[in-house]
Design a protein around this ligand. Structure first.
Ligand code: TMP
Length: 210
């Protein structure tokens, strides 16, 4: 089973992915946790380049190709083999981030992005995508106050982040079976309980499928 964690900045995805992994492992599941960009040695090197705040000159097309290159490596090296081995893969961001940030945020043509995603993933799509939804101001404030590393995209104007958030809602509305929207502005434990329930329900539904 392949589950992705998505959302605008400061929605607490990383904390929630860790809590879900712990919970699933306590119940005897074999879990692989990874993230984008990164998750492999090659991907981590790409992450350094794409997020370096000094790279103010980066062209939007170069940016999307770097994210896609990291994704192609991750899918081939880690995600597909883990799924084949029957593991549950939890991924902090995946192709929907490209649609939300480079498509809705930067305004790159979404059909072109879909083709690029197809090349990078070989058509692999998540079984479940959780959208950790938080309003832009609270999300950015959370990142600042929690002392997270600020990347090149965090430094974009507020309206960029507003477009990203709207983009996520549009993506979720277009594929309601795959997406579940979670109100991420609530206390961590409350959000974690929701995540556990949603994942348990999806696992049960998948087990019932012929
Ligand atoms: P994070 O690891 O803190 O979530 O940061 C990842 C950043 O990279 C975040 O600002 C979103 C951005 N991003 C894209 O713009 N496009 C992508 O395809 C991916 C995977 C991430």
């Amino acid at each position: 089973m392949f589950i992705t964690f998505e959302g605008p900045e400061g929605g607490g995805k990383s904390t929630q992915i860790r809590l879900l992994a712990d919970h699933l492992r306590e119940h005897g599941f074999n879990v692989e946790v990874t993230r984008e960009p990164g998750g492999t040695s090659i991907g981590d090197q790409i992450r350094d380049v794409v997020h370096d705040t000094a790279n103010t000159m980066m062209a939007p097309t170069a940016e999307v190709l770097l994210y896609s290159a990291s994704r192609a490596q991750l899918v081939n090296q880690l995600i597909r083999p883990a799924l084949k081995a029957g593991r549950i893969v939890l991924c902090d961001r995946f192709a929907d981030s490209t649609m939300a940030y480079q498509g809705y945020g930067r305004g790159l043509e979404r059909e072109m992005l879909a083709k690029l995603t197809e090349i990078a993933t070989g058509g692999l799509t998540p079984d479940l995508t959780l959208l950790f939804d938080i309003d832009v101001a609270s999300g950015l404030m959370r990142r600042l106050t929690e002392g997270d590393e600020m990347n090149r995209l965090d430094l974009e104007a507020i309206d960029f982040h507003e477009r990203v958030r709207k983009g996520y809602h549009a993506l979720a509305a277009a594929e309601p079976k795959r997406w579940v929207i979670i109100n991420a502005s609530r206390p961590v434990a409350e959000v974690a309980a929701d995540v556990q329930r949603i994942v348990a329900e999806r696992m049960a539904a998948m087990a019932r499928r012929p």
